[in-house]
Design a protein around this ligand. Structure first.
Ligand code: FEO
Length: 393
């Protein structure tokens, strides 16, 4: 017998989502070592019922089985679309076919996306905006404009009677196994990794949204992935720091090495930084977990790139890393570059061309021919000392 339990985690508010234990990749880019969940919620008023967000395509049946434990899916009055990305909105067409009367509630941009992506007829959509409310009878849906987290149409839903916030991806984490609460020791690192992957390029919009959340009386935060935060203070404190771009005495070292020369210089750099009390996160791009790398970018004050010269420029994985840093827009402002070349230079020049426009100050570079000598290592350690001094300053 299948066991698709709904969970009432707050009075007449139910988790009715789906856990995707086996998903291992998101956006064809981000590894999901712990799978993910597509959190959907049902809010049951005395007169009306609403479902907030849906699930990824493929999970429709277990989703509606969970809904059915709290209400008849055909009788649901409102379907809230906080965000139009298919992991939360993919089951909208299924639901709108199953239920012939429900109204889809979305932001103005969301309404357009619901028509374009999910073929929802215009007459079944109602646009909602800042502080609009819908009375369900003893429960209220109140909407909060929160655009660009991480798409333009995103919004939050708040139920004041439960002091419950439904912010979709904001405050989320990719893990299938945790539903309510969980140990902070596990939750915050997963949320940080998620923030780095998804929210970091939108820190300014995140700060604005966070201010709005702080004006609400919030006792529970129920995002669309991972744990429901039943004690929201740790995640709010973390988001305050991350959206503000607060960094630590930490450097992220990102490198690729073909014959070991660049790698040996990166190890020297790591030792020099660690010896001065700088926290180090080191990632070999050949097998790097981009999610872990993004998580380390969230609070690193400096970035050290390492790449050999290949055909007159950076190794392609070095180009990839520099591009990732450009689009993820981490708060780091300091950088260093180390490189080795065989018969022609070029990696350092290309690294400087790519990093300069990102506002990164390059504290030092080291470019060696062939395997680094003891003197080369001494110079790399010297750059490490200079970088550590700047990080600590
Ligand atoms: Fe979890 Fe932006 O979708």
């Amino acid at each position: 017998m299948k066991n698709h339990n709904a969970q009432e985690f707050s009075q007449a508010v139910y988790w009715v989502g789906a856990r995707d234990w086996n998903r291992r990749m998101f956006d064809a880019l981000i590894p999901l070592p712990d799978g993910t969940s597509y959190n959907s919620y049902l809010v049951k008023g005395q007169n009306k019922t609403a479902v907030i967000d849906t699930v990824n395509v493929g999970f429709e049946e277990e989703w509606t089985a969970r809904i059915r434990q709290a209400a008849n899916p055909e009788d649901v009055d409102y379907l809230v679309m906080n965000h139009a990305e298919p992991d939360h909105a993919g089951a909208i067409p299924y639901f709108m076919r199953l239920n012939g009367k429900a109204t889809l509630l979305a932001s103005g941009k969301g309404a357009h996306m619901a028509q374009v992506y999910f073929n929802v007829p215009e007459e079944r959509i109602r646009v909602v905006g800042e502080n609009d409310t819908i009375d369900l009878g003893g429960k209220t849906l109140r909407f909060v404009d929160a655009p660009w987290l991480h798409w333009p149409e995103t919004m939050f839903t708040y139920v004041p009677e439960n002091k419950a916030l439904f912010p979709c991806d904001f405050f989320g984490s990719h893990t299938a196994s945790v539903l309510c609460g969980g140990e902070d020791a596990e939750v915050i690192p997963a949320a940080k990794r998620y923030f780095g992957e998804i929210m970091m390029p939108f820190r300014k919009q995140g700060e604005k949204a966070l201010k709005k959340v702080e004006e609400l009386d919030v006792a529970v935060i129920a995002p669309s992935h991972g744990p429901i935060h039943t004690s929201p203070k740790p995640i709010l404190d973390a988001y305050r720091a991350w959206t503000a771009g607060q960094t630590r005495a930490k450097a992220i070292l990102v490198y690729v090495s073909m014959w070991g020369a660049t790698e040996s210089m990166m190890k020297t750099m790591a030792e020099a930084l660690l010896a001065r009390g700088i926290e180090v996160g080191i990632h070999n791009l050949v097998n790097a977990d981009i999610g872990r790398l993004a998580g380390d970018l969230v609070d690193s004050r400096a970035i050290v790139f390492g790449s050999p010269t290949v055909l007159g420029g950076l190794h392609p994985l070095g180009v990839y890393a520099a591009h990732l840093v450009k689009v993820l827009r981490p708060p780091a402002r300091l950088a260093a570059v180390v490189s080795s070349y065989g018969w022609g230079k070029g990696a350092i020049r290309q690294a400087q061309e790519m990093l300069g426009p990102m506002g990164l100050e390059i504290v030092g570079v080291s470019e060696v021919n062939g395997p680094p000598t003891a003197e080369d290592h001494r110079k790399v350690a010297e750059i490490g000392e200079q970088l550590a001094a700047r990080i600590l300053a």
